[in-house]
Design a protein around this ligand. Structure first.
Ligand SMILES: Nc1nc2c(ncn2[C@@H]2O[C@H](COP(=O)(O)OP(=O)(O)OP(=O)(O)O)[C@@H](O)[C@H]2O)c(=O)[nH]1
Ligand SMILES: [Mg+2]
Length: 296
């Protein structure tokens, strides 16, 4: 059968994680309208009788600003090597800039088969698709371009077929029922981070780490979850908690609902907010919060 790994690469906020979730058919990665949502390399696995695609979700390409973003970019660079194919995700609705062309050229020069997913076609004029395909071709990019909409589910099966063509003949890499390499504990922390990304201006979520202190399934089937939201500044803590704890209660309740959906069970959630100044630049704290410099 055809099977293999596919690094999903592209600029921050292009729609990589959304596309993987739709293709895998389950939420394996969190999604938000803010760049730098994905911080880790996450596998999303799509298994059919006749093929298996192992997507490697990566942090979007973004200017390095601190030790954390530096590590995120390492994760992306590492993922683009040692895979069977690259799926370059381009946000069609954002137009094509010089930088997009140079990034596409950079990744297509790695010698790994590549395909371009031109996404978000649901929110842009249809005529831009052939226009942009022409721009790319004239700029010397010969890679096939598949226009898709993850949100509307457009051309998703076609994209799957085109990806499979790039994969080698080999046995499945993962058992049929596995959709991700990440633990439930990891996903719980990510769901909490997602709600903060959705609720607050970007300065706050970008400075957040989630530490899970307790993740236990009790005898009655309920999960007992205790986590810390670590932020960088005292005033961020005040904003996160809000007047009489109202803001925190809301965010936690929003997160808990998603955790319950994900785990298929009731969740008893306790959340504390802590301040650790400049943790994004401190190697020991990065490690403590799970952001290792190697693949994880
Ligand atoms: N309209 C529309 N919006 C989309 C589509 N795909 C993704 N989005 C939106 O684009 C935003 C970014 O999506 P993500 O999947 O988080 O993007 P990403 O490339 O993983 O971003 P990073 O992890 O930050 O690099 C979210 O608000 C999505 O809902 C699409 O097909 N159509
Ligand atoms: Mg992402």
């Amino acid at each position: 059968m055809k099977s293999g790994t596919v690094a999903v690469i592209g600029r921050a906020n292009a729609g990589k994680s959304t596309l993987i979730n739709v293709m895998v058919g389950e939420k394996v990665a969190i999604v938000s309208p803010k760049p730098q949502t994905t911080r880790d390399r996450i596998l999303g696995i799509l298994t059919r009788e006749e093929h298996q695609i192992v997507f490697v979700d990566t942090p979007g390409i973004y200017r390095h600003r601190n030790e954390l973003t530096d590590r995120m970019m390492h994760a992306t660079e590492n993922a683009s090597k040692e895979v069977d194919a690259i799926l370059y995700v381009h946000d069609g609705h954002a137009g094509i800039k010089e930088e997009d062309i140079s990034l596409m050229k950079k990744y297509s020069a790695l010698g790994v088969p590549m395909l371009i997913a031109y996404t978000k076609t649901d929110i842009m004029p249809k005529e831009n698709i052939p226009r942009d395909a022409k721009i790319l071709y004239e700029a010397g990019i010969e890679t096939d371009v598949v226009p898709v909409s993850a949100r509307k589910g457009r051309n998703i099966r076609l994209l799957e077929t085109e990806i499979v063509k790039l994969l080698p003949e080999q046995d499945k890499l993962f058992p049929d029922d596995v959709v991700s390499d990440k633990s439930e504990r990891f996903m719980i922390a990510e769901l909490m981070r997602e709600k903060i990304l959705l609720k607050y201006d970007k300065e706050i979520p970008h400075g957040i780490a989630i530490v899970v202190n307790k993740f236990e399934r009790m005898e009655n089937g309920t999960y007992d979850v205790n986590l810390d939201i670590v932020c960088e500044k005292k005033n961020h803590k005040a904003i996160l908690i809000g007047k009489q704890g109202k803001a925190l209660k809301e965010t936690a309740s929003f997160a808990r609902q998603d955790m319950e959906k994900f785990l298929g069970a009731k969740v008893f959630l306790t959340v504390y907010v802590k301040v650790r100044e400049d943790w994004r630049d401190r190697a020991t704290l990065l490690k403590e919060f799970g952001y290792n410099d190697e693949e994880n």
